[in-house]
Design a protein around this ligand. Structure first.
Ligand SMILES: *[C@@H]1O[C@H](CO)[C@@H](O)[C@H](O)[C@H]1NC(C)=O
Ligand SMILES: *[C@@H]1O[C@H](CO)[C@@H](O)[C@H](O)[C@H]1NC(C)=O
Length: 386
């Protein structure tokens, strides 16, 4: 399932799992688009509500798009860790019965692309391993018109899910819409129609609700204080990532944690993935009793009756465009992901070891209003006060 945790393979060989999901709506003050020239018609920003896929912990946020003519509603995770669009279809039989299925035969604008493929996600739902081939989608290419929040993105490439492994059945949404750091696919279509090239996310804990995604603007009613912007590295391409000079835990750091790393921001992932060395350096500063769970490679845990008392404030340091340091702070309450399936007295901790990747998702983004500014190659953050 693209449900929870990881990113999916954005590019070539990487196997991250991706996922996402948002929803909500609202609209009020947004930053006015910069207008240089009125030559081209500008689309006004639009905001859609996001729902939280919650399973003991916040997993992903998803919302509705419309596909086809006449439009059919399709719910998708808005995934900053990928760049393509795929969702369940009537070509998928009983395996997709839990999802709302798009019916291509009922859309007069649908064009079959005829290519089939499959993708395997490195993911899991909630407390689950990060590895394994249990999450596989079989896909068939096509094209159709897509709109979001009342704005048309025109005709875009997409993939219909024609089969899926049973692990996906739990997903309360039908697919994934990639929102990587270049304006392609659906978001690219919106930009081509005149939408400012940025989007903003207000991902909230389940108890708070009112999560939302604004296309083309910023909803300044959702945060206090200024946004802090940081530039994407010039090599970032379609990946939302920022260099981080250091990580601190409860105000302390170590040589390992002072090494510079590039942190990927993936709205489709709920947990955190760090290299094994980084993961263990962080856990050492929280409690020596946080140990790998051999039953779930990459996952760590500690007795459930101890986890909620552990101080575990994680400050991930970044550098703003003005040269000043700033932290994105993960509060101690995020440490507990919930009990493991194989041992309910053992609770999974937030960070999974995954060598070759440093990636954060919902557990960080939930505490900030985030601006994903493709046009200016930067990301902005402001505490959301939740
Ligand atoms: C998506 O649309 C369906 C059908 O209109 C609606 O019931 C559901 O609440 C919507 N979901 C979100 C996340 O907005
Ligand atoms: C970031 O967090 C570290 C560790 O808590 C702290 O020492 C540092 O002052 C913080 N930086 C900023 C700019 O707040």
């Amino acid at each position: 399932m693209w449900s929870k945790a990881l990113l999916f393979l954005t590019l070539a060989t990487a196997v991250l799992g991706e996922e996402i999901a948002p929803q909500t709506i609202q609209l009020t003050s947004r930053m006015a688009p910069k207008r240089r020239s009125l030559k081209s018609r500008q689309l006004a920003p639009t905001t859609i509500p996001l729902a939280d896929f919650f399973l003991g912990t916040d997993l992903q946020w998803f919302g509705n798009i419309s596909v086809g003519t006449p439009p059919q509603p399709v719910s998708v995770v808005f995934d900053t860790g990928s760049v393509t669009l795929e969702f369940a279809s009537t070509l998928c039989g009983a395996a997709c019965n839990n999802q709302i299925k798009f019916d291509p035969t009922k859309s007069r604008t649908f064009v079959d692309g005829g290519r089939t493929s499959s993708i395997t996600f490195s993911t899991g739902v909630g407390v689950d391993p990060v590895v394994g081939a249990n999450y596989r989608l079989t896909l068939r290419t096509g094209r159709d018109v897509v709109s979001v929040g009342g704005l048309s993105a025109g005709t875009v490439d997409l993939s219909l899910v024609t089969d899926q492994t049973p692990k996906f059945a739990i997903d309360p949404f039908s697919g994934i819409l990639g929102m990587g750091a270049t304006a392609v696919n659906v978001f690219g279509g919106l930009v081509n129609q005149g939408l400012p090239s940025l989007f903003s996310m207000f991902l909230t804990p389940n108890a708070v609700g009112e999560a939302e995604l604004t296309f083309g603007g910023i909803d300044s009613t959702k945060f206090q204080g200024p946004l802090t912007f940081a530039s994407l590295p010039t090599t970032s391409g379609r990946t939302w990532e920022l260099p981080s000079p250091q990580i601190s835990v409860n105000g302390r750091t170590t040589t390992t944690l002072r090494q510079r790393r590039t942190v990927i921001f993936d709205s489709g992932t709920s947990n955190i993935l760090f290299s094994t060395a980084t993961t263990e350096a962080i856990y050492t500063l929280i409690s020596p009793d946080i140990k790998p769970n051999p039953a779930e490679p990459g996952a760590y845990g500690i007795a459930c009756n101890r986890i909620n008392t552990l101080p575990a404030v994680i400050d991930i340091g970044f550098t703003a465009q003005n040269g000043q340091p700033f932290n994105l702070t993960i509060p101690s309450t995020e440490l507990n992901v919930g009990p493991f399936a194989n041992d309910p007295t053992l609770c999974q901790t937030l960070i999974n070891a995954f060598d070759g990747l440093d990636l954060v998702g919902g557990s960080v983004l939930k505490h900030y209003y985030s601006v994903w500014d493709i046009g200016n190659r930067r990301m902005g953050f402001a505490p959301n006060g939740l």
